[in-house]
Ligand binder design. Structure first.
Ligand code: SAH
Length: 388
């Protein structure tokens, strides 16, 4: 095999390796050509590598036995398929797993796997930190550090599949069947990278996730919602959490920009919407804030005519949180009204409580700020979140 052994590029320092993870098919092929693979072979080589990486889960080029030794050596010199570093992996008594991953100084993000009898869902982060400052969300107390790259988003899937032994992707009983973009960050503020990563996740010659099993959760970045439907083709979840603008303005400050009526209009027009592909509305139960039975009735009225699922989420408290979880009896009464209106509204049972699997919590722990610094940070975050 002559490809990839061009003399000018033969000797590359290992530190100069670039990752193949997160490259779309065209960029992947271009990278191979750039490395010296003959143009006429590049598409075939790309497809072979794609299969090794995304179907079989190969972690190094040495294992790719249908490639010539020369080619494998060249690939190993120039490229890597290394995953993000696993800082911690925690496994809950209920099977929930949580990873804290790291790709650089201060670039830490988490991924959570939630097994259920009929599916396995991976909750993926899209940003390090968040700009939205939802008052009940712990990630909101952390400044946005940056958007995650396609490689880092895809890396979360690979780490989870490695840990679960979930290879090959073509196996009949896959452990990760669903992806929810519901971890840290606002996916619609990192649209291009999320779209590229989901392109790779859904690729039929790769991990082959069905797009209807990919759910993008947004706090309501209204102008981007149609694009999510057209360009990602994912299912949609809306972090609604309130039925009145005055309350939502406080708990989801993005509401000051995009009001509930506008948000629901974008939902009605969502491209993939049908009875078979309903929109999920997340509603976190905050004691005395949004949990009255009048609000349950209002919720049902608001969603009339939109094929919807309603997820009532018991608030997961964190140190210093300004809210408490609604009483269980109140959640049940609230759910009953929603159920009677014809919505199956499972109260999402808290999973992985023993490993603090709720959003943002592991990341915050890992920061290990001194108490004083933490206080100062929380104070400024609280100030930033004060309604203007
Ligand atoms: N920015 C996106 C995705 C991240 S939040 C969005 O807002 O949808 C993912 C989900 O977790 C949201 O529904 C959010 O409201 C919920 N959530 C965040 N903190 C929570 C907490 N402490 N308890 C319960 N649910 C929480």
């Amino acid at each position: 095999m002559r490809e990839g052994t061009g003399p000018a590029k033969a000797c590359i320092h290992p530190a100069m390796t670039t990752t193949l993870l997160g490259l779309g098919p065209a960029a992947f092929k271009a990278a191979l050509i750039d490395a010296g693979v003959a143009e006429k072979h590049a598409a075939m080589r790309r497809d072979q590598l794609w299969n090794w990486i995304y179907v079989r889960g190969a972690r190094d080029f040495g294992a790719m036995t249908n490639l010539s030794k020369n080619l494998r050596t060249m690939l190993a010199e120039r490229f890597t398929v290394a995953r993000p570093e696993v800082v911690t992996e925690q496994i809950s008594a209920d099977g929930t797993r949580k990873w804290l991953l790291r790709t650089g100084p201060g670039i830490e993000f988490e991924t959570v796997y939630i097994p259920e009898p009929d599916r396995g869902t991976l909750c993926v982060s899209s940003q390090v930190g968040c700009t939205l400052n939802c008052r009940f969300c712990h990630t909101g107390t952390q400044k946005l550090v940056r958007n995650l790259t396609p490689e880092e988003i895809v890396g979360q899937l690979l780490v989870a599949k490695d840990s679960l032994g979930d290879w090959p992707s073509t196996a009949p009983n896959r452990r990760v069947t669903n992806i929810v973009l519901m971890g840290m960050g606002e996916p619609l503020y990192n649209f291009d990278n999320v779209r590229s990563a989901m392109e790779i996740a859904a690729s039929s010659g790769g991990m082959a996730f069905s797009r209807r099993r990919i759910t993008l959760s947004t706090a309501g970045v209204v102008p981007m919602i149609p694009r999510a439907g057209h360009e990602i083709g994912s299912s949609l979840a809306i972090s609604l959490h309130a039925v009145r603008d005055d309350i939502r303005d406080v708990i989801v400050p993005l509401n000051k920009k995009y009001k509930i009526a506008e948000l629901l209009q974008a939902c009605r027009e969502y491209p993939t919407l049908s009875n078979a592909r309903r929109i999920t509305y997340e509603y976190v139960m905050l004691k005395g804030v949004n949990d009255s039975l009048a609000e349950a009735r209002e919720l049902v009225k608001l969603l009339k005519g939109i094929p919807a699922k309603i997820n009532l989420i018991p608030f997961n408290p964190w140190p210093g949180a300004p809210y408490e979880c609604s009483d269980w009896t109140q959640i049940e009464k609230f759910a009953e009204i929603v159920n009677r209106a014809g919505y199956a509204s499972p109260i999402r049972t808290p999973r992985g409580r023993d490993i603090m699997a709720a959003c943002g919590q592991l990341k915050s722990e890992s920061i290990k700020l001194k108490a004083k610094e933490r206080m100062a940070e929380m104070e400024s975050a609280a100030l930033a979140r004060m309604p203007s």
